[in-house]
Design a protein around this ligand. Structure first.
Ligand code: 4AD
Ligand code: MG
Length: 459
């Protein structure tokens, strides 16, 4: 007998087959006619399958009638067309065995809708809910698209290190990695540490990705990144996943084209491959979840400079919480105004003031701005940050001095400019911001399996 997933069993072509299913009971309903209905879910898709349980099964009274939400079972039987209106097929059970019980007095997930806040306190059980299951399946679809897109475009997947001695994005937001005991006397010295120098969890794989772009051409890295900023917002995590393409001979417009093609590919794939889950988000989470994606697919992304954006914001007549002034970083409210209200489509902002961007971004001829680009989307604001990189040794060295970085610490990064330097560009997409945008989920903590935020790392 074949074991199928619920997803496979629900397809009309399964009718007539004798199969086995395994999963968790969502609900049980007893009929007056002396039989019962179970709704079974195994995570393979959003929907459940209906199991019809005849009263004649030997364990009907002793076990089946004690089944409650969360119990795990194996069912054997025949798939048949369902007379009911809610489902096309159902399974007529011939044998059911119980793997594990889930006493309703203590099992925290019951049939009612639980709040996302509550579900975060049971992160080990929330994947059994409709919403979190749907998030995880969409997240998987996105990851599959990411790899497919870059592989098809000829990018090589490189694995950049997680433990690093260099700061990519600028001081102050890194987790220290150490084996030293801070309480030891005398106090431990950095040179006695495991790596013989201070090391950190990486904030970005970019610097190492540049090494491989400047030798293999087009590469991408995709892995966890870490930021110790104490920002308790709905868009920040201390540990998140970032995909970072880096390409030799790419200038900023090439980088923008790549980012736009990339995002559209992901959105198209999700609409196609995760249609059932997307309908769920549109129904229960964010009414515009599907239509926003469709809209974004049809639109060309607006491209404008930071300076132009500041002009628009200043003339908007909006009462922003944070002032808009040339030279200051844009806040989420400004980003959202541009993409949600003013343009009503995705925006790629470029050429930011040099003082608010990291040292590696290429300096423009005006000496005031750098070749930065941020992609802004409705609801989440910045989803991608990237730039053309500074490939001129003298300018880069000057920029590092300006930002208080020691050239000796970056000698290998500077070597890329000493030997066979080339123009190159890249960007980083925050995976969770992407999943947040796609699903319409309001809080980034609800789109990652085990969120790490200030004060919280229980699971
Ligand atoms: O703009 P960021 O800081 O850019 C970089 O790290 C570059 N080195 C990337 C590159 O050019 N290769 O971060 C890139 C993206 C942001 O646009 C955002 O989507 C996401 O990473 N991100 C975060 N996501 C969740 N929590 C945080 N604390 C995040 N910080 C950045
Ligand atoms: Mg950024």
């Amino acid at each position: 007998m074949e074991t199928l997933t619920v997803r496979e069993a629900r397809s009309p072509s399964a009718v007539g087959r004798e199969i086995r299913l395994q999963g968790w009971v969502r609900t049980r309903r007893d009929s007056k006619g002396g039989f019962s209905f179970l709704e079974l879910n195994d995570g393979s898709c959003l929907g459940n399958i209906q199991i019809v349980v005849p009263g004649e099964l030997p364990n009907y009274e002793s076990e089946i009638k004690r089944l409650t939400t969360g119990c795990s079972i194996v069912v054997e039987g025949v798939i048949q067309a369902s007379p009911g209106e809610k489902q096309a097929v159902e399974l007529l059970a011939r044998r059911i065995a119980v793997f594990g019980w889930a006493p309703p007095e203590s099992y925290p997930l019951q049939k009612k809708r639980h709040s996302y806040e509550f579900l975060r306190t049971i992160a080990h059980l929330r994947p059994r809910t409709n919403s979190f299951g749907a998030v995880m399946r969409v997240r998987n679809t996105v990851c599959r698209s990411i790899h497919e897109f870059f592989q098809e475009e000829g990018f090589l997947y490189v694995h950049t290190p997680i433990i690093t001695a260099s700061d990519c994005e600028g001081a102050g937001a890194m987790f220290r990695v150490t084996t030293l005991d801070p309480t030891a006397t005398p106090p431990p010295q950095p040179q006695d540490d495991f790596f013989g120098k201070p090391t950190y969890l990486t904030v970005s794989g970019q610097l190492e990705a540049e090494v491989f772009a400047c030798s293999l051409g087009k590469v991408y890295t995709f892995g966890p990144t870490f930021r110790a900023e104490n920002s308790n917002t709905t868009r920040h995590l201390a540990e998140f996943w970032m995909v970072e393409p880096e390409a030799a001979f790419f200038e900023l417009p090439d980088n923008m084209d790549l980012a736009e093609r990339f995002l559209k590919r992901i959105f198209r794939d999700v609409l196609e491959r995760s249609a059932e889950d997307m309908e769920f988000f549109a129904r229960w989470v964010e009414p515009s979840a599907v239509t926003t994606l469709q809209h974004v697919l049809q639109e060309e992304f607006v491209r404008l400079t930071y300076t132009e954006a500041v002009e628009i914001l200043r003339q908007s007549g909006q009462d922003f919480e944070f002032p808009v002034e040339w030279g200051r970083d844009l806040q989420a409210e400004h980003e959202r105004y541009l993409t949600e209200t003013h343009f009503r489509k995705p925006v790629i902002l470029s050429d930011y003031p040099r003082a608010i961007k990291p040292f590696y971004m290429r300096l423009n001829d005006d000496e005031r701005t750098v070749r930065a680009m941020d992609v802004l989307l409705p609801r989440v604001g910045e989803i991608i940050g990237g730039s053309q990189r500074e490939e001129r040794l003298d300018v880069l060295t000057r920029r590092m001095e300006e930002q208080g970085l020691r050239a000796e610490d970056y000698w290998w990064y500077l070597d890329l400019r000493r030997f066979g330097t080339v123009p190159h560009s890249g960007f980083g997409l925050g995976l969770e911001r992407a999943v947040q945008f796609i699903t319409g989920m309001g809080n980034i903590r609800d789109v990652i399996p085990f969120p790490r935020t200030p004060g919280s790392a229980e699971f």
